[in-house]
Ligand binder design. Structure first.
Ligand code: HEM
Length: 340
């Protein structure tokens, strides 16, 4: 595939238990983080094979398709930020409803994330039909994939139900774009219950793997409003590489670059070390180095991988509890892409 070649070129050229009562309180479209009761052993009796099925499927999929981990981590994040972790991102549009996944920002979600969930769901439905939710599958698959590419392990609480609503119109305002200001980004994360430190850890964790299409950073390398035409916060050698990679991006919109040019397939703290050298790919990445509220956190994580891993793991547990539905507020879907 063309992008694999581009990525190859690029690489070679750069040498606890959280159980709380109550249903989620809803404020507008935002489900506040008051998690209902979930447990670690939710499927112990009803689907004892669940863990093993996820483990085997994820392992095989990531081994054959190394883009799966990043695809799934982004899918999980985009699901949880919009109407909570309820697998609403997996629902297909119908003639009468444009679903979340068809909102602009979600059109670039990579297929491997959807695919790994479908594979797990198919296997789980054979072993224990109508028991395991798509939302739980996505949460556990993400955790396993992060671990498989080198990231930290964390416990995932279970018992989420799948949501009954998936609307493209619910997305806006809940997911940052590359044009979102730092004030807005901090506010968005705060709304969901995250500290600035957790925001930095989550973003660094997300962007230490995977890739971004050229149109997401082309304004930094072509016709930027500076004498060189390039964003001055970008490392110049890196900027030149990106120009080569993206030379044709308008004709070929699949062109993409690694989010972490140094160790693109490994979950580590290299993203933060990169930011210190002007190797942040997206404008919002590099901005973390240029804001006094986030810069000290970047420096800490760049120097101390375990501090980053601890904060990331804790923030992922928190993410997995955003807007969770239980009981009659949701269902266990038979197919992840359709309501029952
Ligand atoms: C805070 C603001 C954030 C912004 C503005 C942002 C923006 C983006 C953009 C524009 C892309 C490239 C999409 C494409 O061109 O295909 C991307 C990729 C990605 N993002 Fe983020 N993101 C943010 C935070 C996060 C967080 C918190 C996570 C997860 C914890 C995350 C996980 C990912 C992953 C894994 C990819 C690579 C996807 C792949 O390779 O398939 N992002 N992000």
């Amino acid at each position: 595939m063309a992008w694999r070649f581009v990525l190859f070129l690029f690489l070679s050229s750069l040498s606890a238990t959280i159980a709380q009562p109550a249903q989620p309180a809803t404020v507008g479209h935002h489900h506040r983080t008051v998690p209902p009761r979930l447990t670690l052993n939710y499927y112990a009796k009803t689907c004892p094979q669940f863990d093993q099925i996820v483990e085997d499927t994820v392992y095989n999929k990531q081994s054959t398709n190394p883009t799966t981990a990043a695809a799934t981590l982004r899918l999980f994040f985009h699901d949880c930020m919009v109407d909570g972790c309820d697998a609403s991102i997996l629902i297909s549009s119908t003639p009468t409803n444009t679903a979340e996944r068809d909102q602009d920002i979600n059109l670039s979600l990579a297929g491997d994330g959807f695919d790994v969930v479908t594979r797990i769901k198919n296997a789980v439905e054979l072993a224990c039909p109508n028991v395991v939710s798509c939302a739980d599958i996505l949460s556990v698959a993400t955790r396993n994939l992060v671990k498989q590419v080198g990231g930290p392990f964390y416990q995932v609480q279970l018992g989420r139900k799948d949501g009954l609503v998936s609307m493209a119109s619910h997305v806006e305002g809940n997911l940052a774009t590359v044009n979102t200001s730092m004030d807005q980004m901090i506010e968005m994360f705060k709304e969901k219950g995250f500290t600035i430190e957790e925001m930095v850890a989550l973003t660094g964790g997300g962007h230490t793997i995977g890739f971004s299409h050229c149109n997401q950073f082309s304004n930094r390398i072509f016709n930027y409003g500076s004498p060189s035409g390039v964003d001055p916060t970008l490392n110049p050698v890196f900027a030149n590489r990106l120009k080569q990679i993206c030379a044709n991006y308008q004709a070929n919109p699949t062109q993409a670059a690694f989010n972490d040019p140094m160790t693109p397939g490994t979950f580590d703290n290299m993203y933060f070390q990169n930011l210190r050298k002007g190797l942040g790919l997206l404008g919002t990445d590099q901005a973390l180095m240029n804001d006094p509220r986030t810069k000290p956190i970047v420096n800490t994580f760049a120097a101390n991988q375990s501090a980053f891993f601890d904060t990331f793991a804790q923030a992922m547990v928190k993410t997995s509890l955003v807007g969770v539905k239980t009981g009659k507020h949701g269902q266990v879907r038979v197919r992840c892409d359709r309501f029952n």
